[in-house]
Structures are given as structure tokens and as C-alpha cells.
Design a protein around this ligand. Structure first.
Ligand SMILES: Cc1cc2nc3c(=O)[nH]c(=O)nc-3n(C[C@H](O)[C@H](O)[C@H](O)COP(=O)(O)OP(=O)(O)OC[C@H]3O[C@@H](n4cnc5c(N)ncnc54)[C@H](O)[C@@H]3O)c2cc1C
Length: 316
């Protein structure tokens, strides 16, 4: 985790409509583009190829068709129809039937019903193929509505559904408790958005302490939790607590991002743990990429280096 100032900077850049448009038009096509480290490609075929390669290393996958903060009804519906078409392709390809969706891609910023209708279309398309659909968690002003929609659909027996909880939010202990009572599968993450101190912890120590509390609550009383972090200390603590509980390895999983800590992914798999890799793809990659930049200052240096090389033209 890095400071609030850099998160604020990158979240400002991510919100720029002009940069998003430019990035979706040019960025990933360039060979050697630094964004390619984190994003599998622009098309479902590229995503499936990446998923096959990841699964061949003994890992599990979840696919994320990038897109968020959609403001028109048509774009939200287009995204959900694209998802349903791609789910058929994913099922035919034989890779894991596990996807991650953002409710603002499905129209949450337009109105609740648009997002619910679009999500239900995806869930219905997934049912015959036994898909698991994880709702990513977005910025704090979406959390109440996201959880309310999740809990409503869960109550309607859509159980191939899970949600993410961000440990940096001050409210998350309560949310984890409630979701555990429902028996709902939770993905625990630290949180990737720029948030005010009134709603989120700012210090790494406080976020880590909250993550530990919630990880323990999920392992002890949750349903197939996903512990999504690349933080060595938190992974060690998870392994130690699972051992203390004598929790079988098939009762929880780790999750990590495509392009991040492949060494750690491999070593956990070698120890017999389940590790799922989150594979994003699509043309709307810019906000996701900015969040990855904000997480690690070294990424910005790599990015500047690769831009400088591109401007210098081909070498040798
Ligand atoms: C599977 C998955 C799903 C996620 N879903 C959501 C979600 O729905 N909502 C949400 O707000 N956030 C989500 N996140 C992002 C999460 O909130 C964190 O921002 C992100 O995981 C970085 O935190 P960390 O736990 O790895 O710890 P950190 O302390 O940030 O990082 C620990 C170590 O991991 C490595 N690392 C972390 N990030 C990077 C990076 N970008 N590039 C290179 N190395 C890196 C570094 O070695 C670093 O030292 C998700 C993360 C994962 C793994």
C-alpha cells in the first residue's frame, strides 16, 4: 500500500474521460506495452488463452471483462449482453467458469434496477453452465447498494454468487459478520480506491490489522472464503490460522492478480493450496491499470521506462 496522495493522483487520472478514451484506443496494441503485464488482452480469446496458460500451472482463474462507471442505459445493457455471449465461449473453451463483475459496468450509477436486471441476466446465463459470479467491490459510495443487491439476489436463491469486502473500510467487520451469517462466499481484499479517512483506515498497520481480523472471522465462520492479497505477512498469518483451525485446504482459496507475484502463486500451489488468478481483459483497461500503478511506486518507474523506450523506437 502506498500513500493517500499517490492514490488520489491515480484515481484522478483514472477518472479522466479523455485519458480513458485514448488508452482504450491505443494502449494495449503496442507490443511490449507495460499494461500487458497486468491485462491479458483486449478480446475474450486472448483472455481464454491467458486462462489456459495459468490453469496449466495448476492455478484457478476468474475472468474480468473490464469496464466500470458506465453512465448510459445502452452501455450497461451492452456490457451485460457481451458478458452473456462470452460466458458461452468460456464454457465451450473448458476454462474455469468463474467471472468477476462490477456493478457500475452494469448500470449501478444509472439506477439500482438497471444494475439488478443486467446482473440477473448474467446469473441466468451462468446457471446452466454452473458459473460462479463474484461481484467486485468499488468505491465506498457504492458499497451499501452493492451489498443490498448482493443480499437481495442471495435471498432469491442465486447462490452461484459472491461478493468482495475491503478491509480498509471501517464498516467491514460488521459486513463480514452479516455475510457469514448468510453463508455467503466473501473475497477479502485490502481495497484499491481513494477513500476519505472518515470511512477508511489510512495507515497500513490499521488496514493489515483489519484484514487479519476479517480473515480470521471468514476462516472460522465463513463459507469458502477467498483471501485475496499478495502480502507475505497476511498469507503467512492465513496459513497459520487455517492450520490452527485444522481447516481443510479445499475450504478456502487464495486469490491474486494476473501479473503480480507469480512466484508466490507458484509456491502456494506447490504446497497444495488453491490459488485463483484474477484475469482482466478488454478495451476499458485504463482505470484498472491506474489502480495497479497506485499500489506500487516501482510500477510507475517501470511504466516511465517502457514509455521512454517506446518513444526511442525499436532498438538493435
Ligand atoms: C484477486 C483480487 C481481487 C481484487 N478485487 C478487488 C475488489 O473487488 N475491490 C477492491 O477495492 N480491490 C480489489 N483488489 C485489490 C486489492 O484491494 C489491493 O489493492 C491489491 O490486492 C494490493 O494489495 P495487497 O493485499 O496485495 O497488499 P500490498 O501491501 O498492496 O502489496 C503487497 C505486495 O504485493 C505486491 N503487489 C501488490 N500490488 C502490486 C502491483 N499492483 N504491482 C506489483 N506488485 C504488487 C508487492 O510485492 C507488494 O509488496 C483485488 C485484489 C486481488 C488480488
Amino acid at each position: 500500500m502506498i500513500g493517500a496522495a499517490s492514490r488520489a493522483l491515480f484515481s484522478g487520472l483514472a477518472a479522466s474521460t479523455l485519458l480513458r478514451r485514448l488508452a482504450s484506443r491505443y494502449g494495449l496494441r503496442r507490443p511490449g506495452s507495460f499494461a500487458r503485464r497486468f491485462i491479458a488482452g483486449e478480446t475474450i480469446d486472448e483472455a481464454i488463452a491467458a486462462a489456459r496458460a495459468v490453469e496449466a500451472r495448476g492455478l484457478l482463474t476468474t475472468l474480468d471483462f473490464l469496464g466500470e462507471r458506465v453512465t448510459s442505459f445502452e452501455d450497461a445493457e451492452r456490457a451485460s449482453r457481451a458478458w452473456t455471449a462470452m460466458m458461452g465461449t468460456i464454457a465451450d473453451a473448458g476454462v474455469n467458469r468463474n467471472i468477476s463483475v462490477k456493478l457500475t459496468q452494469l448500470g449501478l450509477d444509472i439506477d439500482r434496477m438497471t444494475a439488478v436486471d443486467n446482473l440477473r441476466r448474467i446469473l441466468e446465463a451462468g446457471r446452466p453452465h454452473d458459473f460462479f459470479v463474484r461481484i467486485d467491490m468499488e468505491s465506498s459510495h457504492h458499497v451499501d447498494r452493492t451489498l443490498e443487491i448482493f443480499e437481495t439476489l442471495w435471498g432469491l436463491d442465486y447462490h452461484g454468487l459472491g461478493v468482495a469486502i475491503q478491509s480498509y473500510l471501517r464498516r467491514s467487520d460488521d459486513d463480514v459478520r452479516r455475510l457469514n451469517t448468510l453463508g455467503a462466499p466473501v473475497r477479502l481484499v485490502k481495497g484499491a480506491y481513494h477513500e476519505p479517512r472518515t470511512v477508511a483506515y489510512a495507515d497500513k498497520a490499521e488496514v493489515d490489522a483489519a484484514f487479519l481480523r476479517q480473515m480470521r472471522a471468514l476462516l472460522a465462520g465463513g463459507t469458502y472464503p477467498a483471501i485475496a492479497t499478495h502480502d507475505d505477512n497476511l498469507i503467512e498469518a492465513t496459513l497459520a490460522y487455517a492450520a490452527e483451525l485444522r481447516l481443510p485446504r479445499d475450504r478456502f482459496e487464495f486469490q491474486m492478480l494476473f501479473g503480480v507475484r507469480r512466484d508466490l502463486q507458484a509456491s502456494l500451489v506447490a504446497q497444495g493450496h488453491r490459488v485463483r488468478v484474477y484475469i482482466p481483459f478488454g478495451r476499458q483497461w485504463f482505470p484498472y491499470f491506474m489502480r495497479r500503478m497506485a499500489e506500487r511506486p516501482a510500477n510507475v518507474m517501470f511504466l516511465l521506462g517502457s514509455l521512454a523506450r517506446e518513444r526511442g523506437g525499436p532498438r538493435g
